[in-house]
Design a protein around this ligand. Structure first.
Ligand code: SF4
Length: 186
């Protein structure tokens, strides 16, 4: 099966999810978030075509990585291809993270019209959801660009019927006294 990519498989990433990860950079995104860091990945016909067979061979050769992250672009514009690859990652004992500009709730709503959504969600362990919002950009939030984006435990969310954020990554506004406490004078 062919998949459109923005870049070759990246190895050794420590910023696209927990642990050491490989990243599959998918091509194509229609969210058009203002301030997006990867505008060259938006064009649905941009990037280059790759064979999922070859990507699987590359995934097989990973030694340091504990997981694979789907990013882009938005992997939810190539769900069939990404599902196949995510399934393969799981057979190799690799966990799967996925970034998307859709919210979890939008994906669930979409799943009633598009049969490809749930099979892909079922192969994702952790979903980083929502568009990048420049006004909410923050360096306080790990593994994402803006405060609105959530790091979601997909298995728990599907089981409970609502988005369940992973507690340690949940963003909470600091109270004034908390932010004052953090000031260290040297
Ligand atoms: S979803 Fe991601 S790639 Fe797409 S426009 Fe937003 S920030 Fe950029």
């Amino acid at each position: 099966m062919k998949i459109r990519l923005a870049a070759p498989l990246q190895r050794d990433s420590i910023v696209d999810g927990e642990g050491i990860r490989a990243v599959i950079w998918t091509q194509g995104c229609l969210h058009n978030c203002f301030g997006c860091h990867n505008p060259e990945t938006h064009d649905m016909n941009g990037g280059f075509e790759a064979d999922t067979k070859d990507l699987k061979e590359e995934i097989k050769s990973l030694t340091e990585e504990t997981g694979v992250t789907f990013s882009g672009g938005d992997p939810f514009y190539q769900m069939r291809e990404c599902t196949e690859l995510a399934k393969f990652c799981h057979t190799r004992g690799l966990n799967v993270w996925c970034y998307t500009g859709f919210t979890y709730e939008q994906l669930i709503e979409l799943s009633s019209k598009n049969k490809r959504v749930l099979p892909f969600l079922n192969e994702i362990d952790v979903l980083v959801d929502g568009p990048f919002i420049l006004k909410q950009k923050s360096y306080d939030v790990k593994f994402r660009g803006s405060k609105n984006q959530r790091i979601i435990d997909v298995k728990k969310s599907l089981k409970l019927g609502h988005a369940v954020e992973i507690k340690k990554y949940q963003y909470k506004e600091k109270t004034n006294s908390e932010s004052k406490k953090e000031i260290v004078y040297i």
